[in-house]
Design a protein. Structure first.
Ligand code: ADP
Ligand code: MG
Length: 727
């Protein structure tokens, strides 16, 4: 157990002291978005050239199914650049590098009608020959693009194929006039199906053209020599040099810093409002916890005792608790949480445990109910599925204090849910909830203590990014009696052997999970589909195979899980819905299909579903060869270690390397510009600055106030800020 300290720690304390007593933060609740930001929040379809048809793929690209705004596009940063000043001859071009070539067109070898072979074009320069390859070339398009005998400028990547130089689908083909108009350095953007580089570049040049200058929110001392926010946006999207569009270049760093500052400012305000005023100490007398401990079939590990002691001390103190309980899957967080809840019940108050899914909430209830009964705790369940009379009864019991502990989902912080005296909010698997949800639950009582449990240990930088300055307890030690999991990577061609061995294991009475990444067979994706796989495996193993996936109704899911827990089904085909928290100790085999597509943390979580009982467990990582470098390292790390804290650090490192290798798929949730693995130092600076800002001007009413408020809106941290006003 240790306190997470940043460099800004001492400053932070000052900041807190300055904010705590009666700071006027309430007016943020009514804060409207400043008009200067309107151009940033206009619908994407207002940009010239983006109609309803193009808007669809853009919404997908930008992860805004409900309709992207201009700002979403502006924050879509390049994955690389093409530098057209790199102009080798064909012979000099290094295979794999993007180059620009000046060539003369010699000959077309068109695709015969109906044939599947590509359309090839032979070109040359004074150093040698090159073949251009076009798939699905139709209607004479390639012939018009590359007339025989003419000179053309091509950008793209040269590859060696059977010892011949070729370029598949050149990125650009231009004549002399077109080439002259081209910027020397061009950004290259991540794409989705239905969009080309041209679409994204055109849309961005329109968006950058409309972006308005904003007041400077950074400290005067910091801005010297730095581009303004708008200049940085312009530079990233219209780079003069490749370094203008790389994460470590000055423009991108400026934007990343702004995003981090907004995040840290919001977190610091949340923190200030959480610790604002004094807490209400909850001190137990050991009556109920004694009974609960006696009812446990095991004794707590030293790590569990340590965490519990820290939590009990927090609960008993007169400031509010804001603590993370970090522990690997199976490290025994639930019982620690239950004991913490019991302490506040002893003090005559109530506790709530919020889980991210229905399955998990029910699972918690199942484990907790018998122990709670032994201790004399009254426990209830509240999820979206409790309706009508059942729901009313629970609500009444919470309001009059008949219930001591309620377990549930998001439903817990909805309107109409009132407690007699909520003292402790426990939030399980926090990374699925946002800061504002945590706050909304804490707002259900007076000076509620908050305990956040994460099953994926989070490296310190990320803790700071997402949670700000929180106390942390770690369960590094696993409960005794766990057997290590034999983890192996198996190429997908050997799936037949895997099925055969699985059959033998099922005969012996063992239970297994089979994880597939997608639910329905989709044309655009070759991911193994759970339903199809379920049919396959049923064909081999009959009624012993069950299925659970994210699109099932709650009751169906529960039934499938219950059948597996009871041993009626022995092989459970599942999408990643089993990822979080499900506990079937008898399960001892985990097969993960397309393991190369999962992140390390997610693989570790999935594997954690087995190895919970006394039987030696196996985890098979089926992968499709050839493996990329990062995927290979990921699977290797997983084979070598079961320590979630170690794997979390590796994950962060590999994401960083993935970036360097250009294989990065997506950023961290909640951040679009900043990359915690690359911008860690900026994060520390942003933390310190956020602290200093609030110490100086807690209500953001000073001269920098309007600019800082615009910053919070721009990065959409106003949600947390609004809740501040409400809570
Ligand atoms: P987590 O929520 O951290 O993933 P759980 O709380 O679900 O882990 O605990 C996993 C399993 O370990 C449960 O079956 C629980 O009963 C058991 N367990 C918890 N603490 C201990 C302990 N000290 N000794 C033995 N078993 C334990
Ligand atoms: Mg758990």
């Amino acid at each position: 157990m240790e306190r997470i300290r940043g460099q800004g720690q001492s400053g932070c304390r000052t900041g807190r002291a300055a904010i705590a007593p009666g700071a006027k933060l309430g007016h943020f609740g009514r804060l409207m978005r400043p008009d200067i930001l309107n151009p940033y929040f206009s619908a994407l379809t207002e940009l010239s050239g983006i109609g309803p048809k193009l808007a669809k793929p853009f919404n997908r690209l930008l992860g805004r199914p409900e309709g992207a705004r201009t700002l979403d596009l502006l924050f879509h940063l390049p994955s690389s650049t093409t530098d057209r000043r790199i102009r080798p001859t064909i012979a000099e071009a290094v295979p794999g590098e993007t180059v620009t070539l000046e060539v003369v067109v010699d000959q077309h070898r068109a695709t015969p009608r109906g044939a599947r072979s590509p359309h090839r074009v032979l070109v040359h320069d004074e150093s040698g020959d090159l073949t251009l390859v076009f798939f699905k070339a139709e209607g004479g398009y390639v012939e018009r693009l590359l007339p025989v005998g003419e000179t053309r400028w091509l950008s793209g990547r040269i590859e060696l194929y059977d010892g011949m130089r070729q370029m598949v689908h050149p990125e650009r083909v231009l004549d002399a006039a077109g080439f002259a108009r081209l910027p020397p350095v061009e950004p290259v953007y991540p794409l989705v199906e239905g969009l080309g580089q041209g679409h994204v570049r055109r849309a961005l040049s329109a968006a950058v053209g409309l972006a308005a200058p904003l007041p400077e929110w950074q400290a005067p001392g910091r801005v010297a020599g730095q581009p303004t926010f708008l200049a940085a946006l312009r530079a990233v999207h219209n780079p003069a040099e490749p370094s203008d569009a790389t994460p470590l270049g000055p423009a991108w760093r400026r934007l990343a810093y702004d995003e981090l500052l907004a995040g840290q400012l919001a977190l610091a305000m949340v923190r200030a409002s959480t610790v604002r005023g004094t807490g209400r100490p909850s001190r137990g007398d050991g009556r109920l916890t004694g009974r609960l401990r006696a009812a446990l079939p095991f004794s707590l590990t030293a790590a569990q005792e340590g965490a519990l002691a820290a939590i009990t001390a927090d609960l008993g103190s007169d400031s509010r608790m804001l603590r993370l309980l970090q522990g690997d899957v199976g490290s025994g967080k639930t019982v620690v949480a239950l004991l913490a809840a019991t302490v506040v019940v002893e003090a005559g108050r109530q506790a709530a445990l919020m889980a991210p899914t229905e399955i998990l909430a029910r699972q918690h209830l199942k484990t907790i109910a018998p122990l709670a009964a032994a201790a004399g705790l009254r426990v209830g369940l509240l999820t979206g599925r409790e309706k009508g009379r059942a729901r009313e009864q629970i609500l009444a019991a919470l309001a009059d204090g008949t219930l001591d502990l309620v377990i549930g989902t998001h439903a817990l912080f909805q309107e109409g849910v009132a407690f007699r005296d909520l003292a402790l909010a426990i939030v399980d698997e926090q990374h699925r909830f946002g800061v504002h949800q945590r706050l909304a639950l804490a707002a259900k009582g007076e000076a509620v203590d908050v305990l956040v449990m994460t099953a994926t240990p989070i490296p310190r930088t990320l803790v700071l990014t997402y949670f700000g300055d929180m106390d942390s307890s770690e369960l590094r030690e696993k409960p005794a009696g766990r057997t290590p999991i034999d983890t192996r990577a198996v190429p997908s061609e050997r799936i037949g052997d895997v099925v055969t061995r699985l059959g033998a294991a099922l005969e012996e009475g063992r239970r297994a999970y089979w994880i597939c990444p997608l639910v329905e067979e989709s044309e655009t994706s070759d991911l193994a589909a759970a339903e199809a796989r379920f049919e396959d495996l049923r064909h081999f193993f009959g009624e012993r195979v069950g299925l659970v996936h994210g699109k099932m109704k709650g009751a169906e899911k529960d039934a499938a899980m219950a059948a597996f827990a009871a041993g009626e089904t022995r092989l459970l085909v599942a999408t990643t819905v089993v990822e979080v928290g499900v506990d079937v100790p008898e399960a001892s085999i985990m097969v993960i299909e397309h393991a190369e597509r999962f992140g390390l943390a997610q693989l570790h979580q999935l594997r954690g579903r087995v190895g919970r009982g006394s039987i030696a467990s196996t985890c098979l990582l089926l992968y499709r060869a050839p493996l990329g470098e990062v995927a290979r390292l990921r699977l290797q790390a997983l084979r070598e270690s079961e320590d979630g804290f170690f794997l979390a650090e590796q994950d962060l490192k590999l994401r960083g390397e993935g970036d360097v290798l250009g294989t990065r798929q997506s950023g961290f949730p909640g951040f679009r510009l900043a990359r915690p693995e690359l911008h860690g130092a900026l994060l520390e600076e942003a933390r310190a600055e956020a602290t200093a800002i609030l110490a100086d001007d807690p209500g953001l009413t000073g001269p920098r106030g309007p600019a800082l408020r615009a910053l919070l809106h721009l990065f959409e941290r106003d949600v947390a800020v609004k809740l501040l006003g409400a809570g």
